[in-house]
Design a protein around this ligand. Structure first.
Ligand code: HSE
Length: 290
């Protein structure tokens, strides 16, 4: 029996739009074994929303079989979903990695890790969620002018926790990308590139003050705020409760604060207070990076 466990992820971390992502310790599990026919079982969180038809995991498995030019007779696949869907927590990246890894194992591991990441990026469109879903930790990645996916991993510090508010409402990545402008100003481009450069250094140096100062985006969050209820109130509440940084998680709807262990519960309570006051149904959780 093949068993693949894939973490949730948070992408962008403010200025790292389509370039930075971090694994979180919440997981989906994919179990697969050879069989005479194709059989799919879907269980777990929000499983009623996942369909057998057009299933993304199966689509990614087929992509691997087409790529290597070899096909199994059949297989039995069980998806145990643990990641909320369309909330900016990397649910589709987990399906992509789960599918590729199951197919690769089923066919006796023909793919190299570069091929896995390239296929995953092609399927997902950008590497910022699939890279940490595959490798864990905080990953900075890009596609070079020669179409090569390159990345570096940053190990996170022990006492960092993330406080998430996961609203019940969904925001699709498509809708969240449609509100983005086609062009940005030189000033905003310089703001983001300089902030991201220092943010990477801040994570490498475990410098929480610098993380807080540089996790500030001007090319997607200001536009996406219109889709996220009380975004600025959540930010203000997080920072005044002791979080050292805050961002929209991926394309939303989840928002995420970065905090020391000692302040996480306070931040979580502040999120719950806003949700109650503004009647936003959802759930606040404290979670470690993975
Ligand atoms: N970087 C992507 C975005 C992540 O923000 O649109 C969601 O797929």
């Amino acid at each position: 029996m093949i068993k693949v466990t894939v973490p949730a992820t948070t992408a962008n971390l403010g200025p790292g739009f389509d370039a930075m992502g971090m694994a979180l310790s919440q997981y989906s599990v994919f179990e697969c074994e050879e069989s005479d026919e194709i059989e799919l079982i879907i269980e777990g969180l929000e499983s009623e929303k996942l369909t057998v038809e057009d299933n993304l995991v199966i689509k990614c498995m087929n992509k691997v079989f087409d790529y290597i030019g070899d096909y199994p007779k059949g297989y039995k696949l069980k998806i145990i979903n643990g990641i909320p869907l369309a909330r900016g927590m990397g649910s589709s990246a987990s399906a992509v990695i789960g599918g590729i890894m199951c197919a690769n194992a089923l066919m006796d591991f023909p793919l190299s890790s570069d091929e896995i990441l390239n296929l995953a990026t092609e399927l997902e469109g950008h590497p910022d969620n699939v890279a940490p879903a595959l490798l864990g930790n905080l990953i900075v990645s890009t596609k070079t002018k020669d179409n090569e996916i390159i990345f570096r991993s940053i190990e996170l510090f022990e006492d960092m926790e993330c406080v998430l508010f996961i609203p019940d409402y969904e925001v699709s990545t498509k809708d969240s990308r449609e509100v983005l402008p086609e062009k940005i100003s030189m000033e905003d481009a310089v703001h983001n590139s300089s902030h991201l450069a220092l943010l990477v250094l801040a994570f490498l140096n475990k410098d929480k003050t610098l993380i807080g100062k540089t996790m500030d985006d001007r090319i997607h969050e200001p536009y996406r705020k219109s889709l996220i209820r009380n975004f600025d109130d959540f930010r203000e509440a997080a920072i005044s409760s002791g979080a050292f940084a805050f961002s929209l998680s991926g394309a939303g709807s989840t928002i995420i604060a970065y905090s020391d262990e000692e302040n996480s519960e306070k931040v979580k309570e502040a999120f719950e207070d806003i949700a109650q006051k503004e009647v936003i149904s959802g759930k606040a959780i404290v979670i470690k990076p993975s």
